[in-house]
Design a protein around this ligand. Structure first.
Ligand code: WTA
Length: 648
C-alpha cells in the first residue's frame, strides 16, 4: 500500500533532515480534473487572479475581506508587523457573535436553519434557526454574567457534541470571556492540566455523553479534574440523563436552570480586534500542552474568508464537518467560519460505525448534505467496511468534499472521489494547523487535483518548502514547510509562554516553521510528508510523544518510557511505547493492558498505545535525551541517519 510507502518515506525524509539540507523525492503524478463549470460559479473564481490581487496589495486584499463583515468601529491599520508579533485590524471594535448571529437575524437569514443536531438515536434531532440560536446564546451569556463571568475571564468547556456546546461557546464570545474547549474524549489529568494552565473560572460540562450506546460520565471526570484547580469557582452541568443526577455543592449549577432564569437580551461586548477570543491546547514536544491563543478580529476574518472562498459555501448548502469542537477544526469550521457566512451546519453525536457503518451515509441522504468535511482516517475506516455501505444511500446531494488532518494518500483520495463523490465532486484537501487558525494550503474548487498533494497556498498565504537555512528548495526536493508572511488568523502567542511562540519563528530566522516536512512539484503543488518533530498524528489528532510518556511514567510500574508513531492502515499512525519497568515489576500481558488503561484514563482513548514493548534500555544522547528517531528507524527497518550523538 502506498500509505506505508508514504510513511516510510516520511521517516526517511525525517532522518535525512537531521543530516543534510536536501534530498530527492520521486513524485508519481496523476491529475484529476473536475468539471470546469464548478469554477465558473465559485466565489474564488480564478485562483491566479485572486493570488495576484493579494500580492499586489496584501493589506488591501485582507481589508476587502474584512469589509464584508460588520464592525462596531474601524481599524487604524490593517497590519502592524513587528516580526514575529503581528497585530491585525488595530483599534477596530467587533464582536464575532454579532457577525455569526445578529447580522443574519437582522436580514434574510432570520428563520434560516443555523444548526441541525442528530443524536445517537436516529430521529433524535434538534434544529435551531438563526433567530433561535441568537436567543439561546443571549440568555446563556446573561447566565454566565450572573455567575460572575467577566470580559477576559477564562471558561473551560468540556462537553459532548450537543447544540448546548455551541451555545456555550458563542455565549462566552458574546461577553468577551475567553473559552478553552477541551475535547470530551480527554481524561482527568489532561483536563486538569488544561484547566490549571488556562486558570479557568468556570467549567461547563454535561452529566454524560453518548458513544456507541454507552454513557460516558463526563461530570465524574470533571469532579476529579477540578481537585487542585483552585481557579475554578463554578461548574455548570447540562443534565441529559433521567433521572437527573444530583448536583452537590454550592459550586454546581444546572445549565438549563440558569439559562431560564436569565434575561433574554444581551448586547454583544465590543471587543478590540486584538482581544483574545479563545485558548486551545495542542500537543507540544514537551509534556505540557501549548495553549494557542487566537484573537477576535483576525481569526474572524480568516475563518470567514476560508469558509466562503475555500469551501465555496452558498446559501442553500447543508454543510457537515465531522470534527469535534474540541479541536481547531471544530472551532474554525463548525462554529465560527460557517456561522459567520450564515450557513446551515449539521452536527451529530454519532460515531461513524454505530449502530452500523451506514450511519454517515444515511445522514447525508436524510439531510441532503451538500458539503462534507472529514478526515482521511474516517475514509480509511469506511474503505475497510466496504463500498456497499455508502452505496446503500443516495449521495447525490453532495457537491463538495473536504479533507483535513493528515495526508490524503492516493488510494484514499481515489475511494473518496469515486465512491463518495461519484467521480464528480471536487475534493478539497486543506492543510492547516491549530496555530494557523484557518486553511493555508488547499486545492480549491474547480482546480486540477493531484492525489497525494494538498494543493497550493491559497490567496493570502505565502508558503514555501525550504532547507535548514531558509532557502527555497527546487521541485522534487524535500524540506521544511514554512510560511513567509503574516496572516490574520495566525496565533498571537502561547498562553503563559511567549518564549514558545518565538520558537515557531526562530527555527529558521524570520519564517514560521510548521513542523511539517514537505515537497513541491513543478506546478507549486505541495505534498505533506509528515511531522519533523516529536508529534504523532493519530486519526488526524496530534499527540505529543512527551504527554503520552509522562502518562506512562506516572504509573507505579514504569521507570522510563519512550513513544513513537508507527504506520497504521486506518489511523494513519498509531502509538507504540517502549517501557523500562521499575525493579520488582515483571513484564506481562496483564501489565500491558494495565498500562494501556492507565494512558486511556489520564489522557484519553486517542492516546492509547497500540503496542507496548518492555525494554532494558532506551537509546539516548549523551545529554540524556531519548532519541526517538533511532527507535523509529529500528521499528521501520530504515537507516537511522546520524547517530554520532548516541551514547551507546
Ligand atoms: C497535519 C488540524 C497533511 C500536519 C487542522 C499539521 C495535514 C497538523 C493536513 C496540524 C493535510 C493537517 N495534509 N497533513 N491536509 N492537515 N495536517 O493542529 O502535520 O490538529 O502540522 O490542526 O496536522 O494538526 P492540528
Amino acid at each position: 500500500m502506498i500509505w506505508y510507502v508514504h510513511n516510510a518515506w516520511a521517516g526517511q525524509v525525517r532522518e535525512r533532515m537531521h543530516m543534510t539540507e536536501t534530498f530527492d523525492v520521486k513524485l508519481a503524478e496523476k491529475v484529476c480534473r473536475p468539471d470546469p463549470s464548478c469554477r465558473e460559479r465559485s466565489w474564488i473564481g480564478d485562483r491566479d487572479t485572486a493570488y495576484r490581487r493579494y500580492l499586489d496589495d496584501p493589506e488591501g486584499f485582507w481589508a476587502a475581506i474584512a469589509g464584508e463583515l460588520e464592525w462596531f468601529g474601524p481599524w487604524e491599520r490593517v497590519l502592524e508587523w513587528n516580526p514575529p508579533h503581528a497585530r491585525w485590524f488595530t483599534g477596530a471594535k467587533l464582536n464575532i457573535t454579532h457577525n455569526c448571529l445578529d447580522r443574519h437575524v437582522a436580514g434574510e437569514r432570520r428563520n434560516k436553519v443555523a444548526l441541525i443536531w442528530q443524536g445517537e438515536n436516529e430521529g433524535d434531532e434538534q434544529v435551531y434557526t438563526y433567530r433561535q440560536l441568537h436567543r439561546s446564546v443571549m440568555r446563556f451569556a446573561n447566565a454566565l454574567k450572573r455567575l460572575g463571568v467577566e470580559k477576559g475571564d477564562t471558561v473551560c468547556i468540556y462537553m459532548p457534541l450537543v447544540p448546548e456546546q455551541i451555545v456555550a461557546i458563542l455565549a462566552c464570545a458574546r461577553i468577551g470571556a475567553v473559552h478553552s474547549i477541551v475535547y470530551g474524549g480527554f481524561g482527568t489529568s489532561a483536563l486538569n492540566a488544561r484547566i490549571r494552565d488556562a486558570g479557568a473560572k468556570i467549567v461547563i460540562t454535561a452529566d454524560v455523553g453518548y458513544r456507541r450506546g454507552r454513557r460516558i460520565a463526563l461530570k465524574a471526570i470533571v469532579d476529579e479534574a477540578v481537585v487542585n484547580a483552585p481557579s475554578v469557582e463554578r461548574i455548570v452541568v447540562l443534565r441529559r440523563s433521567k433521572p437527573e443526577i444530583e448536583l452537590y455543592s454550592e459550586m454546581e449549577v444546572d445549565f438549563n436552570e440558569i439559562m431560564e432564569a436569565a434575561d433574554p437580551f444581551c448586547r454583544p461586548e465590543a471587543m478590540d480586534a486584538e482581544d483574545p477570543l479563545f485558548i486551545l491546547y495542542t500537543s507540544g514536544t514537551t509534556g505540557t500542552p501549548k495553549g494557542i491563543v487566537h484573537t477576535c478580529g483576525g481569526y474572524m476574518v480568516g475563518t470567514y474568508y476560508t469558509t466562503k472562498y475555500v469551501f465555496d459555501l452558498k446559501d442553500n448548502d447543508v454543510y457537515w464537518c465531522t470534527a469535534d469542537p474540541g479541536w481547531i477544526t471544530g472551532h474554525s469550521y463548525i462554529v465560527y467560519g460557517p456561522l459567520a457566512v450564515g450557513a446551515t451546519v449539521l452536527i451529530t453525536e454519532t460515531v461513524l460505525d454505530y449502530p452500523d457503518p451506514g450511519i454517515w451515509w444515511r445522514i447525508v441522504e436524510d439531510f441532503g448534505v451538500t458539503v462534507l468535511y472529514t478526515a482521511p482516517t474516517a475514509i480509511r475506516m469506511f474503505m475497510k467496511f466496504g463500498e456497499e455501505w455508502p452505496n446503500r444511500s443516495n449521495l447525490e446531494s453532495l457537491r463538495i468534499l473536504g479533507s483535513v488532518g493528515e495526508p490524503l494518500n492516493p488510494e484514499v483520495f481515489d475511494w473518496y472521489w469515486r465512491v463518495v463523490g461519484r467521480s464528480s465532486c471536487p475534493i478539497l484537501d486543506t492543510w492547516w494547523q491549530t496555530e494557523t487558525g484557518m486553511h493555508m494550503i488547499a486545492t480549491l474548487v474547480g482546480e486540477p487535483m493531484k492525489p497525494g498533494f494538498t494543493g497550493r497556498p491559497i490567496p493570502g498565504v505565502v508558503a514555501d518548502v525550504v532547507d535548514r537555512e531558509g532557502n527555497p528548495v527546487p521541485p522534487g526536493i524535500g524540506g521544511l514547510l514554512v510560511i513567509r508572511e503574516p496572516w490574520p488568523s495566525m496565533m498571537r502567542t502561547v498562553h503563559n509562554n511567549d518564549e514558545r511562540y518565538l520558537k515557531y519563528w526562530s527555527t529558521i530566522d524570520g519564517l514560521y516553521t510548521a513542523g511539517d516536512l514537505a515537497v513541491k512539484d513543478e506546478d507549486g503543488y505541495i505534498m505533506i510528508l509528515g511531522r519533523s518533530d516529536d508529534i504523532i498524528i493519530v486519526s488526524g489528532h496530534n499527540l505529543g510523544t512527551a504527554e503520552v510518556e509522562s502518562a506512562l511514567v506516572s504509573h507505579e510500574a514504569v521507570a522510563e518510557a519512550a513513544v513513537i508513531g508507527v504506520p497504521d492502515a486506518v489511523k494513519g499512525q498509531a502509538v507504540k511505547a517502549f517501557v523500562i519497568l521499575r525493579l520488582g515489576y515483571e513484564p506481562g500481558e496483564q501489565l500491558k493492558s494495565d498500562l494501556i488503561y492507565h494512558v486511556r484514563m489520564s489522557i484519553g482513548p486517542i492516546a492509547m498505545p497500540s503496542a507496548i514493548e518492555f525494554v532494558q534500555s532506551l537509546p539516548k544522547t549523551r545529554s540524556g535525551k531519548i532519541m526517538r528517531r533511532v527507535l523509529k528507524a529500528q521499528e521501520m527497518g530504515i537507516d537511522p541517519g546520524d547517530i554520532s550523538t548516541l551514547e551507546e
